[in-house]
Design a protein around this ligand. Structure first.
Ligand SMILES: [Fe+2]
Ligand SMILES: [Fe+2]
Length: 294
């Protein structure tokens, strides 16, 4: 299958495993250079006084600056394999992630000065990304498309149930909703770049790469968010065992932040999967005017 076939769209049946379709939604990817943070909220309780919810969001936010840098690096590495609209989308993807990074760096200042083991958490995140970097650009791209599947699912969940952010200061709430919106806009870009970068591979091999990447990423992502959240809660005085239990309960029990957000998780393992098969364009449109009135 040629790059042109991949880039021009449509599904291509080349054998046992159907090659995925490219993005044909016409959703524009718009980098928005917005600075959200007005004032730093309370580090441990900014989400309506709920220390577990606040710690989960803080832990996620801590992973974004380095994580999104890896997303940008991996897509940038394969930019010479794409052209036309997908090249433009890749550039807009990189611009969006760069602004997300900047805003989460601002939000993360909320945790500076408190008793949190930020150096330990950041060193752990950098170490994880360093492992992917050592394994090469295709491993980084595999991790990127897998994590983009997570950010797309969690973003969809947040836009569908914004009450999850009830009690947060208005600027912090807008930051998370803006991030959720843009993660939805660009949810297929890294995936389409991956398809272009692997266009010369046998379909079964490409399928194996992304399934293996997702299996590893799923275990890592859940384990690490739980680990970082429990470290934050422990620094606020909770015992580590209780902190881990409460975190897992928040993620998978009630309100089931991950479980609820991961409804579309299994579709990844379909051979012909593409992120826009979950068509949530109407959801995006319902938010566009509210989030970006001008
Ligand atoms: Fe992002
Ligand atoms: Fe993203």
């Amino acid at each position: 299958m040629s790059d042109a076939a991949i880039l021009n769209g449509g599904t291509v049946n080349t054998g046992a495993v159907r090659a995925p379709a490219v993005r044909e939604t016409g959703v524009p990817i718009t980098p928005r250079n917005i600075r959200f943070m007005q004032a730093l909220p309370q580090a441990a309780t900014w989400l309506g006084g709920d220390i577990v919810a606040t710690a989960v969001y803080n832990a996620l936010s801590l992973t974004f600056p380095d994580g999104e840098r890896m997303f940008m690096d991996s897509v940038r590495h394969y930019k010479d394999r794409v052209s036309g609209q997908l090249l433009q989308d890749a550039n807009d993807f990189i611009a969006q992630e760069a602004i997300h990074t900047r805003e989460h760096v601002s939000l993360n200042k909320v945790m500076e000065g408190a008793n949190y083991p930020l150096d330990r958490i950041r060193a752990h995140i950098k170490n994880q990304i360093g492992i992917a970097e050592k394994l090469g650009p295709m491993v980084m791209l595999g991790a990127t498309i897998s994590l983009e599947h997570f950010t797309a699912m969690l973003g969809d969940s947040l836009l569908r149930n914004p009450s999850q952010l009830d009690g947060a200061p208005e600027d912090v709430k807008r930051l998370w909703l803006w991030h959720a919106f843009e993660e939805t806009e660009h949810k297929a870009v890294a995936f389409d770049v991956f398809n272009a970068a692997t266009a010369n591979m046998a379909d079964w091999r490409r399928y194996l790469i992304r399934v293996r990447a997702m299996l590893i990423t799923t275990v890592d992502f859940i384990a690490h968010i739980t680990f970082y959240t429990s470290l934050l809660l422990a620094a606020d005085g909770m015992g580590r065992g209780k902190a881990t239990f409460k975190t897992l309960w928040f993620l998978f029990g009630k309100p089931a932040f991950f479980r609820r957000g991961m409804r579309g998780y299994w579709s990844w393992y379909r051979p012909g999967f593409h992120p826009w098969q979950h068509d949530n364009r109407k959801l995006l449109e319902s938010w566009r005017g509210r989030l970006f009135p001008n």
